[in-house]
Design a protein around this ligand. Structure first.
Ligand SMILES: C[S@@+](CC[C@H](N)C(=O)[O-])C[C@H]1O[C@@H](n2cnc3c(N)ncnc32)[C@H](O)[C@@H]1O
Length: 272
């Protein structure tokens, strides 16, 4: 698999991924006439899911926010096919969501990005400020303490070993382990519960889903810049991506796998 921009677009089009995000969006029970924020919208996969659900609803507005201008540009491009497209794109750090919104929102959906944010208390405080009273905050992540089922650990060990060996052999490179990124420090589901409750939210729904991720999902996530630099810090993207992909192919073959399971945490909370 090759990609020229290392954007999230390729991975986000995986069917299993779209489906699990759709289940989170459905868990929030979007009403009509709402202001909905798709926080850290990336290349717009979740924005599309929201648009499909509010289709035809008058006075609904979607604000798709991300700090990456490249991701936002790609999102605009990817969503061009939807008519009556009521999306406003806003370039902002998620940590500044309340300042970046003109009016408070009814719902904030934050998919697959909470693990990137170092100061989660400041973030959830901001989200609370950005919501109307009674507004909903939904998020999901597979980068939490419990995201990797026991039966997947052998795969990760083999994958990382093979990828590091490939990188050394093919390119004479190795990752700089000291450049550890925030997404690798994981909170437990209870930590997340305490976090949102500290900021005046009540949990409406919380679930952990186990997803069978096929080889294509692993290959595609290895073309996404943030994942590559989190896994192989300091290594040029092209080489790191190629070695990660060859590592996956070798690990799947040696362990005779058709998929590797991953757990996703999903939470819907209401601002009381
Ligand atoms: C893994 S993608 C998720 C995209 C989309 N929400 C989804 O679930 O498919 C993570 C996104 O978070 C964005 N992001 C990460 N940290 C951010 C921050 N502090 N402020 C704004 N956006 C951020 C990245 O630019 C990227 O587009």
């Amino acid at each position: 698999m090759t990609t020229d921009d290392f954007s999230f677009s390729t991975f986000s089009k995986n069917e299993f991924y779209d489906a699990l995000n759709a289940r989170l969006v459905d868990m929030t029970d979007l009403g009509s006439g709402q202001r909905i924020v798709d926080l850290a919208c990336g290349t717009g996969g979740v924005t599309r899911l929201i648009l499909e659900r509010i289709k035809g609803a008058r006075d609904s507005a979607i604000i798709a926010m991300d700090h990456s201008a490249i991701a936002l540009k790609q999102a605009m491009e990817d969503l061009k096919d939807i008519r009556d497209n009521a999306v406003q794109f806003v370039q902002s750090q998620v940590e500044q969501v309340s300042e970046s919104l003109k009016e408070r929102a009814d719902t904030i959906i934050f998919c697959n990005a909470i693990h990137y944010v170092p100061d989660k208390d400041a973030l959830v405080g901001e989200i609370s400020k950005a919501l109307k009273p009674g507004g909903k905050f939904a998020f999901n992540t597979s980068f939490f303490d419990g995201g990797q089922p026991e039966n997947s650990l052998q795969f990760y060990r083999k994958w990382m070993f093979k990828a590091a060996r490939d990188l050394r052999k093919e390119y004479g490179l190795k990752p700089e382990r000291s450049k550890k990124v925030e997404s690798r420090k994981h909170l437990t589901p209870d930590d997340y519960k305490d976090l949102v409750e500290r900021h005046g939210f009540t949990i409406l729904k919380q679930k952990i889903e186990t997803i069978d991720v096929p080889i294509g999902g692993w290959l595609d996530i290895s073309t996404f810049e943030d994942f590559i630099s989190g896994t192989m810090p300091g290594v040029p993207l092209e080489q790191a991506s190629a070695s990660l992909q060859r590592g996956i192919e070798q690990a799947f073959e040696e362990l005779n796998l058709t998929y590797v399971q991953r757990n996703w945490l999903g939470v819907v909370a209401v601002r009381t």
